[in-house]
Design a protein around this ligand. Structure first.
Ligand code: B3K
Ligand code: ZN
Length: 881
């Protein structure tokens, strides 16, 4: 909690530290009332900086017990403390500094630093949690070799883990157990981890490409031991993939994952000891949906990949966060694309960008991929840093091609292994390995906001040529105006009347700097000026244009294409992503139309959708996306002024119209895909289930036969994917008896399993049918709810505010008030979670006036609270500015 006005930290103020910490030896004595931490640091002055013998270490909520310098108690005149620091003066170039602190893991509800989750101790140090353990230079450019001793009652904490390898395990004279871990790799403190608990582990092994055997272990609470197989399998596939794709192998003898229930985010890449939110690692067929399996696969891969992109090469400062996060998300996305359907992965990425990242980029918290300033770094673990950052890396990949990109990443790892570097070091490696100048491209890292690309095409029959004029403009964002044109890779295709891609000649020559990217296989235009006209010649007929294939740049596209061209592309575009995109544009038009009055599905569209449903040659997962309407949040992002109730109504009408018009087709599709095969979490089965359950959701909306089928699927299935899909269909059927009956039955069946109960909470709170304010309030009083557990808060309040939009935006403002009350409460206990929950309230600027004012008033009410955490203070004040 702050006592003065929170300070803004600027990238331009970066300075190297005055001292390095060569080694760090930590001893944790875990006791019931408190934990004693002794830290012994080998300090060495940084010759590049004149520190005048003064060293300021970070610290937060610490009780200082003792300070010794070179074995002697330090005189009180030589040091001073504040709420957030310990300053020592009169230092020479080299010292051994020992510090003893006492901390209270039991009382730590912020879930940063060392805390208790259920019966176990665990840590979360990124970004600045280590300073809640001991006084330290808690900044990523200070890298040290860590040794960790853990002393505790061995019968209560049979498992005691830290980074690296276990080098000693002894019993002390007083009967306590002491375990020692040593990590040979230098690392910043944010990668430190400790776990102690009564845990079981599932073990496996992996032989690296150079023939070293690595022990793999997943630690869980005993009741979860049957939920570890999939994560272990995903881990091995990730390890192999990183060897094959990037030539990188693992570098310790052991790799451990620990599942904990109370965790602020998904998972954490601590060196050799990843700590996971249990929802992102535990799965078995009965309790986890296909979506959960895929999330687990992606997050296990993401954290593993950080071992190179993040740990071996880390960030110089937190403004460089996207160096590791953007690159690592790009890597995990490529992995998921390789493991499953690349088209579907791209669709999911684009959906996230368009609904969440574009909203952030267009709102009060907009910031560049490399921010210039922040108040609280925890607020910058955003979709912009992660997902837009990954898109920026993806554009480098598109510009350089796969081989060029690999040359660049090889050079990057070779140059910077063991270092803490900047985003521009990454770009420089890409440039140097390929002899390309990416100066203009780097604007993607510095300019916030989503560029808008307007396209106009004219076919000149006499010349047999298509003139394509592109114009780009990037809107102003807080603190940034007058943006420069960016280098935008535009992947495109020209489609003939048969639906085939045409061979293309383009002028002016589009190979800047000798880049060989314009080929008929990979048609990437380099659009670098504010306005540019490209001429495609030798076209015997007027083509249908397919722009930004594969979502080749994170931009908004303004290109008006008639309905029949969109339908044609939905049927024929050779690029699966753009097939989906054409369909979404079409459906968006329907939803907008249906906001004005009743809607009937046009017959031509009905036929195309029917053909897609029946076409067994297509990937069913892709078809299920082709037939999914844009979400309300997606539609909102495509509206100038947002009226959530009109959007809800329009979408509901279109959904019902599609369901009615294709009732038989959905029934037939469902029946074709029904299967008795034993559940496996593998791509082919998952794809079939996705389409089958999509068919069920429409079928149950329009006919009793569909509802009956949902009831029977709910009752007899061996897997959560089908059970959950049936439950969602029944909850949303509008049947006042069936919905509560199904929910009660589900809770009775699963009340012992917290992860399943969270899904149960989230289905209700996120439902536009039943996720009313009253229900959310009831569920916050339910035995299944717990204010200390972030997963529960997300399942209830996150689902409500982000999905049940017609209730969240209740006309009287009560939805906003409910959320604001929760934020105020959580501000005191868990500022990070409180701050995350503000996002839905930051969107007041684009809402219809009557709602906008009510939302803003709730933000103001939060701002007026005393004792706001830095986290909440920053988001609320920037949103009101
Ligand atoms: N690096 C962590 C995120 C830490 C968040 C700190 N507030 C997980 C990840 O991106 O892999
Ligand atoms: Zn990450």
């Amino acid at each position: 909690m702050r006592d003065a006005q929170p300070q803004t930290i600027h990238l331009t103020d970066y300075q190297q530290p005055g001292y390095w910490i060569n080694t760090t030896e930590l001893t944790f004595e875990l006791q019931d009332d408190a934990t004693l931490v002794t830290s012994v640091l080998a300090l060495e002055a940084n010759s590049a900086v004149d520190s005048q013998g003064e060293l300021t270490l970070h610290g937060q909520e610490l009780e200082l017990v003792a300070v010794e310098l070179d074995g002697q108690a330090l005189d009180a005149s030589r040091y001073s403390t504040s709420d957030e620091s310990l300053t020592i003066s009169g230092l020479a170039d080299q010292h051994t500094l020992s510090i003893v602190t006492r901390i209270q893991p039991d009382k730590n509800t912020a879930l940063e630093g060392l805390y208790r989750s259920g019966g176990m101790y665990c840590t979360q140090c990124e970004a600045e949690g280590f300073r809640r353990i001991t006084y330290y230079l808690d900044r990523p450019d200070v890298m040290s070799v860590f040794t960790t001793h853990i002393i505790a009652d061995g019968s209560r904490y049979p498992v005691m883990l830290s980074n690296g390898n276990c080098v000693a395990d002894e019993t002390l004279a007083d009967g306590r157990r002491k375990v020692t871990w040593s990590d040979p790799h230098r690392k910043p403190a944010y990668l430190f981890a400790l776990v102690a608990g009564d845990l079981l582990s599932k073990e496996d092994s992996f032989t690296t490409m150079s023939g070293r055997e690595v022990k793999l272990q997943i630690f869980v609470e005993p009741q979860n031991i049957d939920k570890t197989d999939y994560a272990l399998d995903a881990l091995k596939r990730s390890m192999r993939w990183d060897e094959e794709t990037y030539g990188r192998e693992y570098d310790l003898d052991i790799f451990m994952i620990v599942a904990v229930d109370d965790f602020n985010m998904g998972a954490m890449e601590n060196k050799g000891l990843n700590i996971f939110n249990s929802s992102c690692v535990l799965a078995n067929p009965a309790t986890a949906t296909d979506a959960a399996y895929q999330r687990i696969e992606a997050i296990v891969a993401h954290e593993y990949f950080h071992n190179w992109s993040g740990n071996r090469v880390t960030c110089r400062d937190w403004f460089q966060l996207s160096l590791k996060e953007g690159f690592t998300v790009f890597r995990d996305a490529s992995f998921s694309a390789d493991m499953n359907s690349a088209t579907v992965k791209r669709i999911e990425d684009a959906r996230l960008l368009r609904t969440v990242q574009f909203a952030e980029d267009g709102g009060p918290m907009a910031h560049p991929v490399q921010p210039d300033s922040f108040i609280e770094i925890s607020n910058f673990y955003t979709v912009t840093i992660y997902e837009k950052g990954a898109e920026v890396v993806g554009m480098i990949h598109k510009i350089l091609g796969a081989d060029g990109f690999r040359k660049g990443s090889d050079l990057y790892f070779e140059r910077h292994d063991g270092q803490a570097v900047t985003i521009y070091d990454f770009v420089a490696a890409m440039e140097d390995a390929n002899g390309v100048d990416l100066s203009q491209f780097k604007l993607w890292y510095k300019q916030a906001g989503t560029p808008i690309v307007t396209a106009a095409a004219e076919y000149r029959e006499d010349e047999q040529a298509l003139y394509l004029t592109l114009h780009q403009q990037c809107p102003d964002t807080p603190g940034q105006s007058g943006k420069k044109p960016m280098w935008i890779p535009v992947q495109l295709g020209l489609i003939d009347s048969e639906g085939n891609d045409m061979a293309v000649n383009v002028s002016p020559a589009q190979n800047p700097q000798g880049l060989d990217t314009w080929t008929n296989a990979s048609q990437v235009l380099h659009f670098t000026e504010e306005e540019q006209t490209f001429v495609f010649s030798g076209l015997k007929e007027q083509p249908v244009l397919s722009l930004f294939r594969d979502f080749s740049a994170p931009v908004k596209v303004r290109f008006i294409q008639p309905e029949e061209e969109l339908l044609f592309r939905l049927q024929t575009d050779s690029d699966g992503f753009n097939r989906w995109d054409a369909g979404q544009q079409l459906m968006l038009g329907w939803i907008q139309q249906a906001q004005e009055g009743e809607f009937e599905l046009p017959e031509t569209a009905r036929q195309v959708l029917a053909e897609l449903l029946a076409d067994e040659s297509l990937d069913p997962a892709m078809v299920s996306y082709l037939l999914t309407l844009p979400s309300e949040a997606y539609v909102a992002e495509f509206s100038d002024q947002v009226d959530p109730h009109a959007i809800h109504l329009g979408r509901k009408r279109v959904r019902l119209a599609v369901a009615m018009a294709l009732n038989e087709e959905f029934a037939a599709c469902y029946q074709r895909l029904e299967s008795d095969a034993e559940y496996q979490p593998e791509p082919e089965q998952m794809a079939a289930r996705a389409l089958k359950n999509l068919a069920l959701s429409y079928w149950s909306l329009a006919s009793d036969a569909g509802v009956k089928k949902a009831v029977s699927q709910f009752g007899k299935t061996d897997n959560m994917t089908d059970q959950m899909a049936a439950m969602v269909a029944l909850v949303n059927s509008g049947d006042d008896e069936l919905a509560p009956k199904t929910l009660d039955a589900f809770y009775e069946q699963w009340k012992q399993d917290p992860l399943v109960v969270n899904q149960w909470l989230s289905v209700q709170c996120g439902s536009s049918e039943i996720g009313t304010i009253e229900r959310v309030k009831q569920l916050m009083e339910h035995e299944a709810f717990d204010w200390r557990n972030p997963n529960k808060i997300r399942s209830v309040l996150g689902a409500f505010a982000n999905q049940a939009l017609c209730h969240f935006h209740a006309e009287d403002g009560s939805g906003y008030a409910l959320l604001a009350d929760a934020i105020i409460r959580l501000n005191a206990s868990n500022p990070q979670i409180a701050s995350r929950l503000i996002t839905p309230l930051t969107k007041w600027g684009r809402l219809v006036p009557q709602l906008s004012e009510k939302m803003k008033a709730e933000l103001q009410r939060i701002a007026d609270e005393p004792n706001l955490s830095r986290d909440v203070y920053e988001v609320v004040n920037k949103s009101l500015a």
